[in-house]
Design a protein around this ligand. Sequence first.
Ligand code: CMP
Length: 140
Amino acid sequence: MATERTLSIIKPDATRRNLTGLINAKFEAAGLRIVAQRRIRLSQGQAEAFYGVHKERPFFAGLVSFMTSGPVVVQVLEGDDAVAANRRIMGATNPANAEPGTIRKEFAEDIEANSVHGSDSAENAAAEIAFFFTPDEIVG
Ligand code: CMP
């Protein structure tokens, strides 16, 4: 298995409910290492740019509004097959479809306020990591 990095975001619904530590514990228990982490407030421009691939979707405006509604924690997770591993740990986008024990099953409020984001491919992970972090901010 290849060591990989993926971009994770703990979303405003989770920071509001003080769930950062519980979510990080799930990553670490599953063998992923948090090699960069920063708590920030996304600007409207940052949220629109980060989710640009979804700009034609009906949920885009709501998503940008939600993602700027409170603090987020942006982080880089590192480990074996980190992109796929993180997607297993997160569970399905819609918490109604998420497996027991996943972050979204346990913590997500609904399909929009779904507690975490994770990159969906190695290629997107590289771009999403570079969106938030410079190489010297990632300490493996
Ligand atoms: P995320 O993994 O961050 O990628 C895109 C986000 O858009 C997704 O998680 C949800 O927060 C949100 N999203 C996806 N589908 C819908 C939907 N049908 N309605 C509202 N929000 C959605």
